[in-house]
Design a protein. Structure first.
Length: 99
């Protein structure tokens, strides 16, 4: 049987001068997202190799939980700010565990 858990890595590059604001925006939603049904892991990290770049490490119980997260209030509020905060659209990779 295939593991239904969906792991996600998202890379968000801030506009010049917006790194702190982007990091704070994620801090504001962490608790709310972590309480969403099916959220197994939702952690924000700053890249050591590219300071200011936010890397989200996420795990969702299944694709339906991830889809619901995409429509949830916390993420939609944050996404509404992406034009002002991000230099380019987020890069999102969905992963499945192989070992």
């Amino acid at each position: 049987m295939t593991d239904p858990v969906v792991h996600v890595i998202a890379r968000l590059i801030p506009r010049p001068g917006k790194a702190e604001e982007l990091a704070n925006a994620f801090q504001e939603i962490l608790a709310e997202v972590r309480a969403e049904p099916g959220c197994l892991l939702y952690d924000a990290h700053e890249s050591r190799d590219a300071p200011g770049v936010i890397m989200m490490v996420e795990s969702w119980a299944d694709q339906a939980a991830l889809d619901a997260h995409g429509r949830a209030p916390a993420l939609t509020r944050l996404a509404a700010r992406f034009d002002a905060l991000l230099a380019e659209p987020p890069t999102i990779e969905r992963l499945r565990r192989i070992g």
